[in-house]
Design a protein around this ligand. Structure first.
Ligand SMILES: Nc1ncnc2c1ncn2[C@@H]1O[C@H](COP(=O)(O)OP(=O)(O)OP(=O)(O)O)[C@@H](O)[C@H]1O
Ligand SMILES: [Mg+2]
Length: 245
């Protein structure tokens, strides 16, 4: 059985079908790419999966159990963890304590939380700034710290929404390597990204959405080479004016 089963999920905003009957399975240990032009419904789908938005129809099963309608706190407890496009760290607390606080909130004891924090800071190449306040870190370092916070207790599935957007290339490498390593040791992810080279490198399989629907689902390179997918991206260019960041 798939770890996560998404079945005919719908989310409307007034007359707009932002997510329009989306179905896909995510297997345990998979690193699934979720791509598609701006406004295709990727973030909205993640919002539904993480409980930040209520779906209008459909079903979501985690380990075969319905989780649709649970709130973000309940879903986090079950191991569905969402990382946002906007970075959230505690500005007036050290990088180290940022991680410890998250660890404690996730149920670790202080010794364990401290040890995990040290390991993660090392892995994310933040050891040299561990005693600086969160607010003193660069944008990219904050993003890395947020990554660390999410993995103090590894989730069942991590939902990443454009983690590389506006991040310095060096930190992007660190982040991509982190995702790759975690996935190699069994961590399941859905990765939303417009960075196609990274998606190709990291994700064996990708789903492409367009106008709220699944346009293609399969091996990443095949999905990217599909005519419908290429046309969807060309259509986006024809409509220009869409910022991205
Ligand atoms: N809270 C909201 N209220 C109304 N419309 C919304 C809301 N959130 C998203 N939308 C609309 O739903 C559609 C899907 O948006 P969504 O943000 O899910 O797309 P996306 O694939 O994440 O795009 P991007 O790649 O630009 O991040 C868009 O037309 C968007 O304008
Ligand atoms: Mg989005």
């Amino acid at each position: 059985m798939a770890l996560l089963q998404i079945q005919s999920v719908e989310k409307r905003f007034g007359g707009l079908r932002a997510v329009d009957g989306v179905s896909m399975d995510v297997q345990q240990g998979e690193l699934l790419g979720l791509i598609g032009p701006n406004g295709s419904g990727k973030t909205t789908l993640l919002n539904v999966l993480s409980g930040h938005m209520a779906a209008d129809a459909g079903e979501v099963l985690l380990d075969g159990r319905s989780v649709l309608g649970l709130n973000p706190t309940q879903l986090t407890r079950l191991g569905v963890l969402r990382m946002f496009q906007m970075t959230r760290v505690f500005n007036r607390v050290s990088a180290f304590d940022n991680l410890v606080v998250c660890g404690l909130a996730m149920g670790l004891d202080e010794a364990k939380a401290g040890a995990r924090a040290v390991e993660l800071l090392e892995e994310l190449q933040l050891t040299h700034v561990m005693h600086l306040d969160g607010g003193q870190l660069s944008g990219g370092q904050k993003k890395l710290l947020e990554f660390g916070a999410c993995f103090m207790v590894p989730p069942r599935i991590a939902l990443l929404d454009e983690p590389f957007a506006a991040v310095h290339p060096v930190m992007k490498e660190t982040m991509a390597a982190f995702i790759k390593r975690r996935n190699a040791s069994g961590q399941t992810f859905i990765l939303v990204s417009h960075d196609m080279p990274v998606v190709v490198e990291l994700c064996a399989r990708s789903v492409c959405m367009n106008a709220g629907k699944v346009l293609a689902d399969g091996p990443t390179q095949e999905v990217l080479n599909g005519v419908a997918v290429i046309e969807a991206y060309l259509g986006e260019q024809a409509h220009e004016g869409h910022e991205h960041g």
